[in-house]
Design a protein around this ligand. Sequence first.
Ligand code: PEP
Ligand code: MG
Length: 601
Amino acid sequence: MSEPTDSRSSDDESDGEEGKRAPDPERVTSEVRLSGYAVASGTALGPAWYHPPISVDIDTTPLPSDAASDEEARFMQAVDRALSELKTVVDLAQNRLGRESASIFEAQAMILRDETLLQAVRDRIHMHDEHASAAVHAVLKRHRTRLEESDSQYLQERAADLRDTEHRLLRALQHREMPDTKRRHGIVVADTLSAADIIRFSQGNVLGCVSATGGPTSHAALIARALELPTVMGATNLPDHVNDRDWLLLDGSTGEVVVRPSTETRVAFQDHEASQADNRAARSAGPLYTADGTRIQMLANVEFADQYRVLAAQGAEGIGLLRTEMLFMMQSRKHLNEEVQYEQYAAAMDVLADDQPLTIRLLDIGGDKTEPATGPEMGSFLGLRGIRVLLGRPDLVEPQLRAIVRMSEQRAVRMLLPMVTTQAEVVAIHDRIDEVVDAVGLAERPANLKIGIMVEVPAVALQAEQFAEDVDFFALGTNDLTQYTLAAARNNAEVAHYADALHPAVLALMRQTVRAAQHADIPVSICGEVASDPVAVPVLLGLGIRTLSMAPPFIDRIRSVVAQIDCAEAETLAKEACAARDAKSVRTLCTEWQHAQGITQ
Ligand code: PEP
Ligand code: MG
């Protein structure tokens, strides 16, 4: 792992082509086999994409007299910048992997907000006349060394969080942005990889990762596994053998890395891949049924167009939730016009069959998905969020409505409204849609356009029968439904133990929603994280839910659980769960039930 005082000069990276490392003629050009820790299973074959460490300078010269206050201010601004960079990573992690994985980065945010630590840096600036970079390095290094010197591998690897935080702060002090990783394609090769690096790479066309340091219990490893990104870490001789753009073959299940694989090695690999693909296809092919023959639809929650192409291979039968917030966060407003949105949504048409659902959620801005440069009000979960914002912001919603309405001329589209609380909001958006239909020159609203709501506010679940009159489908958003029912903010680690979607109160709201949907004969799906929780799935089916939507990496595992469930038995379980005292009792009940039913995960 490289120190923040990395020896590469900033010029090394500003050559206009991030990642480029000139081939070293001294190095061997034949096949080389290396080994490291098998961190995340799966294989990858592709060109190496060298990811250089970003150099940061530590200024050890004494601070001029009278400069301490300005230096302190500069430090505090850097803390804010680092926190906002981290927020983007947290959002990405949360949307791709769920809250549990995102909490890894929240831990880093807590370090950056730790008043004792901030004060220690400020003290060094004022009392030791140190530049902020030197003070940050000294303070964080002290804490980190303690962890690194521990005998426990676990604690040693937690030191990586501190190192990452320190690096982020030092970069922020020097206004050095993370390089754009979206346009590259290949296998990432790095000395060290942080969890945040892996999350960022997953936005691009990354086939796998290999690093010279790190191990299987690091946060980076957890994230790689959750993203199903084949990864090998601790391949110690890596830097000596790999040139940028050399071909690599890696096996994340064995820890083997082949540099510049020979033709024979590649042919053997491709044969192996083909047989693996056949096995996967056999597993994920065709409709999914429970053990008693009940049809269950498996849909995907997606954020990026680059996720579409692998949906079928992952066993998804359509898109149950296309979150559009990432589009807005990644693109500047100026560039996110109707056409760009249309293209992004239309890309899904190329991969989905006509009868596979495509569910596009209107921008769920606000709450923890705050748009840059908005007032403090936007950060509140109980304030302006989702449809509440959209109804007052035609500049945001109209291009999106136009893009979706135009798409619905070509194929069936389900438009999903976020954070609905009142029927008046639904009526208002129906009016807007009609205006847009008119404005794009259509005589009437396309029959292919269905309008549904997220059921994520308890009031909506309680009034589900009335809402069912005005909409075509329901999507249970249990992430929010849980936080609003149990009064536990979803991004607050201190109350995370309250926020379990299996709490009987949340189950009761789900049951009420499902019954209303059945009564009105409209579809109901669930797209909160609980849909990908193997312990919870039998209860969800027992409540009558027949469509599950989840992050694609979870589909395979949940398919296997679903196939073992008997719906009549699950219904009995759900009744008992609804009558239980608390979430913990429900979890115990579910685990015992699965054991008794012989269900394996
Ligand atoms: C939910 O609230 O359950 C949901 C799926 O939406 P999000 O997580 O994007 O708020
Ligand atoms: Mg939600």
